[in-house]
Design a protein around this ligand. Structure first.
Ligand code: S2G
Ligand code: ZN
Length: 481
């Protein structure tokens, strides 16, 4: 029998060799629970979109009911097995990576619609439902689920809650947490909580929703959620403008906020654009190429709407902030313009980007961008650096692309050596080392750049309350127990 080390009550299973015995105990405990140890499942379900940590789960459980999840978590507490909750696996910080022999709990089999209430204007769904399916169900009922991002076709709503997903419409509609009015969660202690029950108003103590939302699977496994839905906006237009530099970007943003009703304000660099259009579709937005581009989506109804958009565009030209631009004339063209922004992540993925997902207050963005640019230019002179993000929320995605002639290990080491300076800038601007992608494994070593030591102590205290044996996602977000 392989020697097992018990630390904090969790069996620190060596990789994939004591799990037959452990999993045998699970199958007798919950005979109808689907479990896979197929190599392709271990790889596919043992990781998210992060490619920096080799997946090494001991198995993948596919629960089909709240009851199975409850019994699985209770078994894991008694057997001392670490669990990694897993949704659409589109995470970018390693939050759903099982790299230490943990058992993955995949929500792939729990994606049912439980209720649509036309009076409450709410959808109640199981946590494994794909985000885009929720958007479709809302639209079929004349409403809108307004959290939107490129990965919506693969991500699950449970994972969106676990990271409090943001995306491209935060400027107008806020974050995932703003749309949750109820949720059922199995805590790490193996207890079921029925949180807030769909109420708009409920002044009965701490609002536990907002602990579980953004907890990255470290406090509980979200089983189902009740979402509030929004009124769809009036007709929208999309404009892409070319910018001479970062400074005009914020002047354009200020004028856009004053003169238009914005749904989104995104930006991306010309290098990002070159990767997106490299395959021939979509095409560049206009003839001239500029260092940076802003994409705006806004209400545009009738001639008045068009006139306001053109007045905004002409003012930006007169001020010398932009060099060129295009205004969508159809939904198809609006979608093609959006693809210039939404395809960035996918089109640079072959270059194994080292991702920084940073934020500061909007008022600090110009100085923040310059301070980061100074670090990047001095410390990454030979690397391709792609800038893009949700500038309207103060959120900047800084992706360092791996040179083909550099090994992943060398590249990761080179990027981490610059992190100290990057996160030093973030701390100086009182910003966040993870604006929307979560902390997971990737940003865990830098948590203290955004959270004070005594704050982290409270976070660990909260973890102990909901997951006393520290079985849920150990090592993610918080330091190991
Ligand atoms: C975005 C998507 C993930 C990435 O495009 O806004 O949040 O690759 C990102 O950074
Ligand atoms: Zn983003």
């Amino acid at each position: 029998m392989v020697q097992e080390r018990r630390k904090n009550g969790i069996m620190q299973s060596p990789k994939n060799n004591i799990s037959n015995e452990v999993l045998g105990g699970l199958s007798s405990e919950i005979p109808d629970l689907e479990i896979s140890r197929q190599p392709e499942d271990l790889t596919e379900y043992g990781r998210d979109w992060t490619r920096l940590y080799p997946p090494e789960p001991c198995g993948i459980a596919f629960p089909r009911s709240e009851e199975q999840i409850l019994r699985l978590v209770r078994w894991a507490n008694s057997a001392g097995v670490a669990l990694v909750p897993s949704g659409g696996r589109t995470g970018l910080s390693g939050g759903a990576v099982a790299a230490k022999g943990e058992l993955v709990v995949s929500m792939a089999r729990m994606d049912r619609l439980l209720e649509f209430d036309p009076v409450d204007r709410t959808l109640t769904v199981e946590a494994g439902m794909i985000t885009e399916k929720i958007q479709q169900l809302a639209a079929e009922n004349g409403l809108m689920f307004p959290v939107d991002f490129a990965a919506k076709g693969s991500s699950q709503i449970g994972g969106n809650l676990a990271t409090n997903a943001g995306g491209v419409k935060v400027l107008r509609y806020g974050l995932t947490r703003d749309w949750v009015v109820g949720m059922r969660v199995v805590t790490g202690a193996g207890e079921l909580l029925d949180v807030n029950r769909g109420l708009i108003k409920n002044a009965t103590g701490y609002d536990l929703r907002h602990l579980f939302i953004g907890s990255e699977g470290t406090l509980g496994i979200i089983v189902s959620v009740t979402l509030r839905l929004a009124e769809p906006p009036p007709s929208q237009s999309v404009m892409v403008v070319g910018l001479e530099g970062m400074d005009p970007l914020m002047q354009v943003f200020d004028l856009a906020r004053e003169s238009l009703t914005l749904s989104a304000f995104e930006f991306f660099s010309d290098l990002a654009l070159s990767y997106v259009i490299a395959e021939g579709s979509p095409r560049a937005p206009f003839e001239s190429r500029m260092p940076y581009y802003a994409l705006l989506e806004f209400d545009c109804v009738g001639e008045d709407g068009e006139a306001a958009a053109l007045a905004f565009f002409e003012r930006c030209l007169e001020e010398g902030w932009i060099g060129d631009g295009v205004l969508s004339q159809s939904e198809a063209q609006a979608a093609e313009l959006w693809s210039l922004r939404e395809f960035i992540s996918e089109r640079i993925s072959a270059k194994t980007p080292y991702k920084n997902d940073l934020s500061t207050r909007i008022s600090q963005v110009p100085a923040f961008l310059h301070a980061l640019e100074d670090v990047v230019l001095s410390r990454y002179p030979d690397f391709e650096v792609v800038w893009y993000g949700h500038i309207g929320d103060g959120n900047l995605h800084l992706n360092i692309l791996k040179p083909d002639d550099l090994s992943l290990a060398e590249f990761k080491k080179a990027c981490e050596s610059v992190n100290e300076e990057i996160f030093g800038v973030v701390a100086r601007f009182r910003g966040s080392v993870s604006a929307e992608h979560g902390v997971g494994l990737l940003k865990q070593p830098y948590l203290d750049r955004s959270r004070d030591p005594h704050e982290i102590h409270y976070l660990s205290g909260i973890k102990r309350v909901f997951d006393p044996n520290w079985i849920l996602n150990p090592g993610k977000m918080l330091p190991e127990a």
